[in-house]
Design a protein. Structure first.
Length: 353
């Protein structure tokens, strides 16, 4: 039974069905548009899908510098569970094709742990409110759920989903009343109204942009603000041939920024004490110890240091952020956490059948 529970716990912790995640996004299912699919494209598509997967799960191009990255990319078929090519539809209208590649989640989780590839969990990923305006020859379009129904050429969502970036849009054009993206994007701080709008949308950041198309050239000016302080933390002014490619570049920058604290924290190590009360028997103690020792690489080493009556104490040497260790502990069978030290060095729990 325990061996069955482990992959479920790791899956919940690392990948799917996070309560903070957008819809039912699965980190290990890659969907990407293709043009006029031919069977001779399959190997290249699977290879690029694995590359996309590495960038997505780690949180940026840094994933590709990992010593094992090239082996995963060149041997992508080894981890492919299934694939299919299907129509891309917007409101029932076919707008192209896409390939859907489902990678073997359990095998990759195991192999990533073995190779030290740290996964950026969905639960750690912030949400962004997108306030943007596109303009060409005096025609202005404010990006909203409503406007994207008829402006498929401005729809950024395929790429945001590919990166597992959670973006929020105003629902209707009316929500842009009193909002001028062209003016906002140049400000060092957003106003309280926009911060409240972000808060209502459940967003942690606000990305404001103004895009202009003149002939064959597009320009994109954008700024990223923290919702909590309202302060600008990132900005850029770029030109290129296509609006969507410029916006995708902005998303790449967001991915790197958002994932950096987790990636840096994933390389840190710490030691904490875990005390568990009301352990009913020696067998229950051994089962819990065995389970904890299998939660590598987050728990690098688990040592039983003391048994006093029905209370036991472990020293736990862990890797990564302490908050993630606590989340992982909450999934351990028969363990209910009752106290968490603010200094991150002591964790107390109670055995509950």
């Amino acid at each position: 039974m325990r061996t069955f529970l482990i992959p479920i716990i790791m899956s919940i912790f690392f990948a799917v069905q996070s309560v903070q995640a957008q819809s039912d996004l699965n980190l290990f299912v890659i969907e990407k548009p293709v043009e006029k699919y031919h069977t001779n494209q399959l190997n290249d598509l699977l290879t690029s899908s694995m590359r996309d997967l590495l960038v997505r799960v780690v949180g940026g191009e840094a994933a590709l510098s990992h010593p094992e990255a090239e082996a995963y990319i060149q041997n992508a078929r080894r981890w492919v569970q299934s694939y299919r090519v299907e129509n891309r539809e917007v409101d029932g209208v076919v707008v192209g094709q896409k390939i859907v590649v489902r990678f073997d989640q359990n095998r990759l989780l195991s192999d990533f742990q073995r190779d030290g590839i740290q996964i950026w969990p969905l639960s750690e990923r912030p949400k962004t409110l997108l306030i943007g305006q596109w303009e060409q020859q005096g025609l202005k379009v404010n990006l909203s759920d409503e406007s994207l129904q008829y402006r498929v050429d401005l729809d950024y969502r395929d790429y945001a989903n590919l990166l597992a970036l959670f973006m929020r849009l105003p629902e209707k054009e009316a929500e842009f009343k009193g909002i001028n993206p062209q003016r906002l994007v140049s400000r060092p701080q957003i106003n309280e109204d926009l911060r409240e709008m972000a808060d209502s949308a459940g967003a942690d950041y606000v990305l404001v942009f103004k895009a202009d198309v003149i002939g064959e050239v597009s320009s994109l000016v954008w700024s990223l603000y923290e919702r909590e302080t309202g302060e600008r933390i990132l900005q850029s002014d770029e030109t290129g041939e296509g609006f969507l490619s410029l916006l995708q570049g902005a998303f790449d920058s967001l991915l790197e920024l958002y994932s950096r604290p987790y990636r840096e924290g994933a390389d840190s190590y710490g030691l904490m004490g875990l005390t568990v009360e009301n352990v009913p028997s020696y067998d229950a103690l051994i089962q819990m110890e065995r389970f904890l020792k299998q939660l590598r690489p987050t728990l690098n080493d688990v040592t039983l240091v003391e048994v006093t009556g029905d209370q036991v104490r472990f020293d736990v040497f862990y890797q990564g952020r302490y908050s993630n260790v606590v989340k992982l502990m909450e999934e351990v069978p028969n363990l209910r956490l009752i106290e968490d030290s603010i200094f991150g060095s002591e964790l107390k729990g109670r055995f509950e059948p």
